[in-house]
Design a protein around this ligand. Sequence first.
Ligand code: GLA
Length: 404
Amino acid sequence: MATPVSSLNQLVSQATGLFKQMFGDEAKIAACAPGRVNLIGEHTDYNEGYVLPMALHLVTVVVGSAASSGHLATIVTASEHADEPRRVDLRLPNEGFSQSPGMPDEGFPLSPGLPYWANYVRGVIHHYRAHPLPGFRAVVVSSVPLGAGLSSSASLEVAFYTFLQQLKPDDGHKIPKAIACQQAEHTHAGVPCGIMDQLVSVLGMEGHALLIDCRSLESIPIPLTDPGLVFLITNSNVKHSLASSQYALRRAQCENAASILGKPSLRDATMNDLEESRDHLDDVTYRRACHVIGEINRTVKAAESLKKGAYQEFGKIMVESHNSLRDLYEVSCKELDDLVTAAMEVAGVFGSRMTGGGFGGCTITLLKAQVIDRTIQHIQERYSGTPAFYVATPSEGARALKRS
Ligand code: GLA
């Protein structure tokens, strides 16, 4: 059985109920933005390559209202991991920055600080593209599992940005919006991520994955409407602490490889270029570049296979991608490898691979719809931990929600 997920309506009523309870008032605006799963194209976005993600039915919802206190923002979040809703008060950068009575000292208004979760919000306010903002109160809830590699942070950033657009509209342009949210992650969460997560959370299309060129930022919708086919997400429910330091290290190794090859980025390099320069690269740098160049090629091929309905071929490329992430890029871990091995043992499974940054989180598996129960059962029997399962439903990107 797939893990139960709150519907969008349930999340909105949870958030509006909490708003009423906290502030004694009705929330007048609401917005949501999805998490994502990447089908293939891992660690290629910050190398200006291709990615093939879809936006999910797992979403973050933000509800709230403008407040009379012109320079204050109060944000409350509820999560299943905390007994009590957590609250933070921020001073907006548009009024005098004087300390207000009873407010915790945040230091410089929107610099990163504690609590850590509020850094995403601080970052989005900081990079928002239409200041000054009015004061506001907001409540955030989410069905995207935290730290599972399904972009809970991008969905929070993009949902929050979409909420701010209802308070004080910007120009409505979608790509600069995704870039602003990516900047928030760089400057306030300290993760030098690529653009994939924020872009698909903004641009997601119901019934489609998106083939995104992370250099031009153009995207091509790839229909996923075959009822005989399922993409299944399996959450290993482990997250190794190495994840963010190793992410930054991988990014630096790629930049170093590109500069040794004399290319602006690894997107511009071919396998031939790499072989010709092999003597100038140490083994680790060579293997990192080999993964990225191979993965960019695989992603374009995989999108073609999906368009043609060549699922065997797509599945084979998924497994090649996993092996490359495990052996060359070294971002997998035993739990993810075990989940992929278990999935591949079931007849009717086309392919499986780790998805997202790695070091824990999820796998994505392509299979025939009729074998889903058997696949879930087999993985449960074979995996030593407690996995969670989600059927990946290609969904719409961020949007404002009507309040009646
Ligand atoms: C994380 C980052 C993305 C991307 C993936 C790996 O999700 O946020 O930008 O680099 O890892 O593909």
